[in-house]
Design a protein around this ligand. Structure first.
Ligand code: SF4
Length: 322
C-alpha cells in the first residue's frame, strides 16, 4: 500500500463508489508492455525502450526493475542492444535510423496508431494535404506527423484553429485524428472543417480508438450521479486528461491522481457518491490501491457501471512469436 491514510472519524458515513467499466489498460498498452517483457525474456537484460513505453510511471518503474532502460533517442542505445519503440508510434526517421545502424528493434506502436500512419501515406499518395487534429507535442502527434514530409501535414488543436487555416475551400485536403482525443471536441472540429472545406476527405470512422471512446462513455454514464470523479492516470496521458474533462463538462468535478497517495482526504468532504476510472495506461492494481485507501477513510459500497464490453487483443510482432 502506498502511503496509507489515517483512520477517519467520519468513517461511519458510507461512500457509494461507482467504478467505470471499461477502465484502465487497453489492448495497445497490454501489447506494448508484453513486447518489452517478451524482449527481456528473449534477449536478456538490458532491453532499451525509446521513450516511456506507455504514459504510466508505475508501469515504467516495473519494467525498469526487470531490466528495461528508458532513453530519449536512439543514439543513447548501444548498437548491439535491442530497442523497443513506444506504443504512441514514432516518426519514419526512427526505424530508418535503426535499420541504417543495423539495430535489433521491436515496434510496440499500437496497431490503431499504425492504421492512422497508413491512412496518412494514402492521403499523400492521392495528392491531398492533411489536416491532423491532435495535441501539439504529444508523442503520437510527433510520430504521425513524421510519417510524411515536412509541409504535407498541418496540425489543428482547437476549433478556433480551423478559421486560421491558410487553404482555399477547393484545395485537395484530408483530415485525420489522434487516437486519444475527446470524442465530443473532435466531432466539433471535424464539423468546422467540413463546413469550411466541403470537399475535405476523412476516414470512414474517426480515428479516436475504441478504448478512448469507451472510457469516455463510461464516465458520461456515471458522472451525473457522482459528487466527484477520480481518474487514475498520468498528467501526460492524453486519454486520462480527457476523462477528467468529460466529467467536468457534465458538471461533476474531476481529479486526476497517479496513485492513492495523491488523494487529499479533504476532497471527500461532502461526497456521498464518488466515481472512479482509470486511463488506458493505468494498471488495475492502482485502481485496487485507490479503493483500499478509500476503505480506510469510509465504509465503501462498490458498484460497477458498465458502458461496454471489450475483447480486443492485438498480435505481438513476428520477431517475438517465431
Ligand atoms: Fe491503442 Fe487506443 Fe490504447 Fe492508444 S489508447 S494504445 S490507440 S488502443
Amino acid at each position: 500500500m502506498n502511503a496509507p491514510f489515517q483512520e477517519s472519524p467520519a468513517k461511519a458515513r458510507p461512500l457509494n463508489l461507482l467504478i467505470a467499466a471499461p477502465r484502465g489498460f487497453c489492448a495497445g498498452v497490454d501489447r506494448a508492455i508484453e513486447i518489452v517483457e517478451k524482449a527481456l525474456e528473449r534477449f536478456g537484460a538490458p532491453v532499451y525502450v525509446r521513450h516511456e513505453i506507455v504514459h504510466n510511471k508505475y508501469v515504467v518503474e516495473g519494467l525498469k526493475a526487470k531490466g528495461a532502460i528508458f532513453v530519449k533517442e536512439l543514439d543513447e542505445v548501444p548498437a548491439d542492444a535491442p530497442v523497443v519503440f513506444s506504443a504512441h508510434g514514432v516518426p519514419k526517421s526512427v526505424p530508418a535510423e535503426a535499420q541504417r545502424r543495423k539495430m535489433i528493434y521491436l515496434d510496440a506502436t499500437c496497431p490503431l496508431v499504425s492504421k492512422v500512419h497508413r491512412q496518412a501515406e494514402r492521403q499523400i499518395e492521392k495528392g491531398r494535404h492533411i489536416i491532423f487534429i491532435g495535441h501539439e507535442g504529444h508523442p503520437e502527434v510527433i510520430g504521425t506527423m513524421g510519417q510524411v514530409e515536412p509541409g504535407q501535414m498541418t496540425l489543428v488543436e482547437h476549433i478556433e484553429d480551423v478559421d486560421k487555416l491558410p487553404f482555399e475551400s477547393d484545395e485537395p485536403l484530408a483530415y485525420l485524428t489522434q487516437t486519444t482525443l475527446s470524442v465530443d471536441d473532435t466531432r466539433e472540429v471535424i464539423a468546422a472543417l467540413e463546413w469550411r472545406y466541403p470537399k475535405i476527405h476523412g476516414p470512414k470512422a474517426e480515428d479516436i480508438c475504441y478504448a478512448t471512446s469507451n472510457r469516455q462513455t463510461a464516465v458520461k454514464d456515471l458522472a451525473p450521479a457522482c459528487d466527484l470523479v477520480l481518474v487514475i492516470g498520468a498528467p501526460n496521458s492524453s486519454n486520462s486528461l480527457r476523462l477528467v474533462e468529460v466529467s467536468e463538462r457534465l458538471g461533476t468535478p474531476g481529479k486526476l491522481v497517479q496513485r492513492a497517495s495523491d488523494i487529499d482526504p479533504a476532497w471527500l468532504e461532502g461526497v456521498d457518491t464518488l466515481g472512479l476510472t482509470a486511463g488506458a495506461s493505468a494498471p488495475e492494481v492502482l485502481v485496487r490501491e485507490v479503493v483500499d485507501a478509500l476503505r480506510q477513510l469510509r465504509e465503501v459500497h462498490e458498484t460497477t457501471v458498465t458502458a461496454a464490453e471489450e475483447k480486443m487483443v492485438f498480435k505481438l510482432p513476428r520477431q517475438l512469436t517465431e
